[in-house]
Design a protein around this ligand. Structure first.
Ligand SMILES: [Mg+2]
Ligand SMILES: [Zn+2]
Length: 270
């Protein structure tokens, strides 16, 4: 089922929390974070926070240890593993960063399930400090989206690139997300696609305000258990429809059976 592309947001979709907040909170620097937040974009602030943590003696190992404890619903890992085993092409589009995402996915044994991770660059520099850079370098200009997207990333632009890269054929997309940033890509999905907004989260609120703006079919979910159930049933439905379409397109005709050849209904012997 490489004809099905499943695009996941990461924070509060795959994992239960926001990875940026989780790391800052667990290392005990929420006050500093909140103090600096009004002064710069979120993505720049995360890079700044990593500088502060480094100067205060926090190591990469400290960060990795926190990331390994990231909360995740117990049904999410089986859902991802099953979708991958069914042959779906799984990708991530996230405003977290590559270091956090890869560390968590590797810890969960999921890294190889994903063919692509679109996120902000994150790497350890020669001084052992984690650097977090913008996916879209907004100092060089805007990504051009006038919507609700942050300056460093428009997930809609990324989704359009994914759509354009797909070879001809009836590729179907399933998009899962929770945040404001997941609204822009949701608007760009096609009629044959599916969007799975997390119920009572910002993207669900935005979609619910005017569902007619969304061309894709909408399937809300609340937790990892529903995520698993709905995602796997959508994959099953798409696979069934594809098989049915292939069956019809082969121009196969059912043989005509004369009525006389059909078994007669016999009365039940008393
Ligand atoms: Mg999210
Ligand atoms: Zn956008």
């Amino acid at each position: 089922m490489a004809d099905i592309i499943v695009v996941f947001d990461f924070d509060k979709t795959i994992i239960e929390c926001d990875s940026d907040n989780w790391v800052v909170e667990e290392l005990g620097y929420t006050d500093l974070f909140n103090q600096l937040l009004p002064t710069m974009p979120w993505n720049s602030l995360m890079d700044r926070m990593m500088k502060e943590l480094h100067e205060l003696g926090k190591t990469i190992e400290d960060i990795v240890e926190v990331l390994k404890r990231t909360p995740i619903h117990p049904r999410v890992v089986p859902a991802i593993t099953a979708a991958h085993a069914l042959g779906c092409d799984l990708r991530i589009v996230s405003d977290a960063n590559l270091f956090f995402i890869e560390t968590i996915l590797e810890h969960l044994g999921l890294r190889d399930c994903f063919s692509e991770i679109n996120t902000n660059p994150g790497f350890v520099d020669e001084e052992g400090r984690l650097r977090i850079l913008p996916f879209h370098d907004f100092n060089k200009g805007s990504h051009g989206c006038p919507g609700l997207c942050p300056p460093n990333m428009c997930k809609g632009v990324i989704l359009e690139r994914i759509q354009a890269s797909l070879a001809e054929g009836n590729k179907r997309l399933i998009y899962l997300g929770d945040g404001v940033g997941d609204y822009c890509p949701s608007l760009r999905l096609k009629e044959a696609d599916f969007v799975m907004p997390r119920k009572n989260f910002p993207v669900w609120d935005l979609i619910s305000k005017n569902p007619l703006l969304i061309k894709a079919k909408i399937h809300e979910w609340t937790d990892g258990e529903e995520l698993e159930k709905i995602l796997l049933s959508l994959i099953e439905t798409i696979s069934f429809e594809k098989n049915a379409a292939a069956f019809i397109s082969t121009d196969y005709r059912l043989p005509t059976i004369p009525v006389s050849a059909l078994p007669k209904v016999l009365p039940v012997q008393q």
